[in-house]
Design a protein around this ligand. Structure first.
Ligand code: NFS
Length: 666
């Protein structure tokens, strides 16, 4: 059912019950959300912009190009295909830059931690040692601290590397994929360098061949996926702990009526982790009590929320499309942000209430917000001064409304290590059982539902796609705001097996896991690259990611980061489906993305409009891969025999332990 606020006919549907309740309250009457702005704009999107054929790369234009109309090419002679390719490549560069700058901060924070500075520690020594080996660092008989410092320094050097050798983590890929990258000359050399080269090549008068532009587009995206994002995920895990299954809540209802509610919004978990530590310290709790509050309730918004959800079980109150709605409860003392995906409108929404918007990063200031710089060198002190500001706001809280009906329990924390343990057992952690279940057809394949949510389509798109996939016995991996949205839909709970096809249900039941596995934030899509690689290395499903019965979608993509992710998946051999691409105004280039990339990359982009159409396309792609692998031979349905039950039963404890909130270290 749509929420038609102010008679809003142009709005897409909000299906989330909690969001609907909040927006229906009197206190939210003065609030203008993106749904209202879509209606107020009263115009459809510019065709040149949405088709990718508006060129603003020099000052002879702007040139609006119409493909096939001779008079409507660029003043410089640029065609629709060149312009759309340059624009698309710049989207990839911008998305990669966001992940890269985030990753650099995490590496710097890691290095400080390794040196013993700040409130954090090296929590996952096993992972430290295995990543050190990838970087060729000797580990035998060395102090953890020394290995960590050397790893941090080598990791930092990956960003500004100037020689022509590939970045270190590419060697984690399967040999066939590495050979493809080498043959095409697209193995990334330095993380920053690939973004700079992409921007250069799309400057006026440089690269004008869309296929060549996309070679660099792929290299730039790969430097994100196998470079920046992977470094961020791995070092964050080593520092803050590799996620393990745990119970949590994903809902606006995670706000507490009698506590100081603080939303942590943005992306880099250094701030969020420091806030989590600070919020448990007695001086902060005392301060909260002195203001009349019973405690401090930190909740997450967007991907920083996913980071602390995965590692600490701290609730995610809101995904991207709910960031204004969470403030509309009137129950939030402060929204503390760092970088990325923070809408400018939150400052205006906050003006309706006592809520303060606090920016903490010199790279991301907002007019009308309070800026308190988060100093990483003095993380705890800095976090406390930010918290103190929020706590003092509690007394100013007026009328508020926290939706009660929804208590959306989720089980999260599925790092690729966890999946290994859950399916393979703690003594023989391995992807073998997953591969075997795919080969025998109980699990038809694996689908990733990732990326943002977006006001362009109804907010139940992820749910519709996921339900269709699991009904067809496809295991779903989720990250980012898509994962949050699937949590709100109840699909991150083991009880969601009731929506599964019979054979997937059997597997999930035996292992004790939900059919949709939350793998983390958007930088954690690198976990999916590793999981897919492990599946290939395990054997029986071909010798490259492009052979796997696997596919990804970011159906409600909003951010440029999602396009960078899509391109690194494609360049790694995985098919992806988006709801639209900003390239439809350039016929040849669009076709190249949707078909032509298959030649060099073994995978391509796909576009499908409707959620069920997206799901259908994904199912068909998975079945086609199964056919090509020759694993679709009809055989009698094998019920679990005793040995298999014992096998899986041994692992059940891990799933169950996680579900009771117990933690073990991966
Ligand atoms: Ni990803 Fe995260 Fe959400 Fe999209 Fe934004 S928070 S990094 S970009 S909107 S999933």
């Amino acid at each position: 059912m749509a929420v038609k606020r102010n008679g809003c006919e142009g709005c897409t549907d909000i299906t989330c019950a909690s969001s609907k309740q909040v927006l229906a309250q009197d206190i939210a009457k003065g609030v203008k959300t993106a749904y209202d702005r879509i209606k107020a704009r009263g115009m459809s999107a510019c065709l040149f912009g949405s088709g990718g054929t508006c060129c603003r790369n020099c000052n002879m234009g702007p040139c609006q190009i119409i493909d096939g109309v001779e008079e409507m090419i660029g003043v410089c002679g640029a065609t629709a295909d060149t312009v759309a390719a340059r624009n698309f490549a710049r989207i990839i560069a911008s998305g990669s830059a966001a992940h890269t700058d985030h990753a650099r901060e995490m590496v710097r924070g890691f290095l400080e931690t390794a040196k013993g500075h700040g409130p954090h520690q090296i929590k996952d020594v096993k992972k430290l040692m295995s990543l050190a080996e990838v970087f060729g660092i000797a580990t035998e008989g060395r102090e953890v601290k020394d290995v960590a410092i050397e790893l941090g320094e080598k990791a930092l050097a990956e960003f500004g590397k100037q020689d022509n050798t590939p970045i270190s983590m590419l060697k984690r890929a399967v040999p066939k994929r590495q050979a493809i990258w080498n043959k095409l000359g697209i193995a990334p050399r330095g993380i920053d360098r690939e973004i700079v080269e992409m921007m250069h090549r799309t400057h006026m008068g440089v690269d004008q061949d869309y296929e060549n532009i996309m070679l660099q587009g792929s290299r730039c995206a790969l430097s994100d996926g196998w470079g920046a994002s992977m470094l961020s995920t791995e070092l964050t895990d080593i520092m803050f702990g590799t996620p393990v299954p745990r119970r949590a809540i994903v809902d606006l209802g995670s706000l507490k009526p009698d506590q100081v509610n603080i939303c942590v919004h943005g992306h880099e978990p250094l701030l969020a982790e420091a806030l989590c530590i600070a919020a448990q310290e007695s001086d902060m709790l005392e301060m909260a009590k002195s203001q009349g509050a019973k405690g401090i309730n930190l909740v997450g918004v967007c991907c920083t929320g996913n980071e602390i959800l995965m590692r600490r079980g701290i609730p995610v109150a809101a995904g991207f499309v709910q960031q204004e709605i969470v403030l509309s409860t009137g129950a939030v003392e402060a929204m503390i942000g760092d970088v990325q995906c923070i809408m400018q409108s939150v400052v205006e929404v906050a003006k309706n209430f006592h809520t303060e918007i606090i920016t903490t990063n010199y790279r991301a200031k907002m007019a009308g917000a309070k800026h308190i710089q988060f100093e990483e060198e003095e993380a705890l002190k800095s976090a406390k001064s930010i918290l103190a500001h929020a706590i003092k706001n509690y007394k100013k809280r007026g009328k508020f409304f926290i939706p009660k009906e929804e208590k959306l329990d989720v089980v999260v924390g599925f790092s690729h290590e966890t999946i290994n343990y859950m399916l393979g057992g703690s003594f023989r952690a391995s992807y073998r059982p997953l591969n075997d279940n795919i080969i025998n057809g109980r699990i038809r394949g694996v689908a990733a539902i990732v990326g943002c949510d977006n006001f362009k389509l109804d907010d139940d798109v992820h749910e519709i796609i996921a339900r269709e996939l699991i009904k067809n016995n496809i295991l779903v991996l989720a990250t980012g705001c898509a994962a949050t949205s699937l949590g709100r839909a109840g699909l991150l709970n083991p009880a969601a097996i009731k929506y599964c096809g019979a054979s997937l249900r059997e597997v999930c039941e035996a292992v004790g896991m939900p059919p949709v596995l939350h793998m983390g934030s958007c930088v954690d899509n690198s976990r999916i690259l590793i999981a897919a690689t492990q599946m290939v290395k395990q054997g029986g499903l071909g010798d490259d990611i492009s052979d796997l019965p696997a596919i990804g979608t970011a159906p409600l993509w909003m951010s440029e980061k999602a396009v960078a992710i899509g391109q690194y998946f494609v360049a790694s051999g995985a098919q992806v489906v988006f709801q639209d691409l900003p390239t439809s105004g350039a016929k040849k280039f669009n076709k190249y993305l949707l078909e032509g990339l298959m030649g060099p990359m073994g995978a391509h982009w796909n576009v499908a409009k409707e959620p069920l159409e997206i799901a259908r396309l994904m199912i068909e792609a998975i079945e086609a891969k199964r056919e090509a692998l020759g694993i679709n031979k009809k055989k009698e349905r094998v019920l679990f025999d005793m040995e298999m039950r014992r096998d899986l039963g041994g692992n059940k404890a891990i799933g169950d332990a996680g579900c009771t909130g117990a933690t073990h270290h991966a």
